[in-house]
Design a protein around this ligand. Sequence first.
Ligand code: SF4
Length: 420
Amino acid sequence: MCVFRTDESTHSLFSCKQPIAHLRETEKNRNTPKNNNNATISTFVPMAGIYIHIPFCKKACHYCNFHFSTSSNNIPAMLQAICTEALLRKDYINEKVSTIYFGGGTPSLLKIADLRLQIEKLRELFALEDNAEITLEANPDDITAEKLAEWKMAGINRLSIGIQSFFEEDLQWMNRAHSAEQALQSILLAQEAGFDNITIDLIYGTPTLTDERWVHNIQTAISLKIPHLSCYALTVEPKTVLYKMIEQHKMPNIDSEKQSRHFEILMQLAGAAGFEHYEISNFAKPGRRSRHNSSYWQGKQYLGLGPSAHSYNGNSRQWNISNNALYLKSIEQNTIPFEIEYLTATQQLNEYIMTSLRTMEGLSLYHVRQTWGAKNKEQIEKDARKFLDAGTLELKNDHLVLTPKGKFFADGIAAALFTA
Ligand code: SF4
């Protein structure tokens, strides 16, 4: 539903429902991934996830650069094509599937019969764990008591609700399809329907969001007993309405000081309310972490279905074309339209540095030594010294972990530890 990232070296907060390949050496689609001599090390960990990208939205939020269409004409054809892709790729993962994630786009737009069919197809083609986590991203304006009951019956056991803010002015500024009242009501309705595994998305650092409002948004989530929060700093992505408005001086640029302030407020309030800050943008009550997103950060394999979806099998990443019409045309011919990159050992290590540092557990020096060798471990230790001295990193049980101060510089520190 939403990706926000800032890449300034000083203050960087990004998160994604699906990871973004950092080091691109792409090859055009060969359809059958081949072995690559450079890909010498696999960080494969068993237990897989499946991501399904539903590329349709009612309207375009001003900040969003995700792949979606606001025309609903092709929804039936797209769902059929995603089922075909699932069939074509049923051998991509050879482990039990522990999570399914319907993201987008706006999967809550789907008719219940269509969603049920998608889940049934996945159950038929893949070995699903009995207690698999099945998440549906939902926008507040789609949430009704009737739909919630149907989602539950269909097997959805986790909801990710795109709240963004509980204030009307913020929502209008973002061009969201829902109102502040719908934001609140959608959560209450979901809880009444028996959904206890709920996460909400909130955005901070927007021009209309004052510090007081940001406090109110977090406190509202806490008082509603939401067990998981994904909180993202607003970023300006090319080709978005927001980008154009800033470029034309119709809107002020991002206020990075405000974003830092909001991040600080967030860490304080969420920490005091008993949330674990388990990834830079993610906060969970004990036992309520996102199993699906955690698997991205732990280097597990996942299969992404639908236009723009990414997949990872331990040694390579691939991503489907971000174009609905071309995706449909290609799948009609039983060809999956993707690009692929094979990861060298160095790329895998650098991805591990980037993702592990953003997590609460941090970077395991033992794991680095076991997987990439003593020389790499020593180099990382040497490069980490100045951050340890500056108090932005700490060493805990042989893990390098960001301190609260270091969390403001996560990506910059990770980049400084990259190996060549
Ligand atoms: S609902 Fe808005 S933020 Fe979410 S994918 Fe659609 S346009 Fe993007």
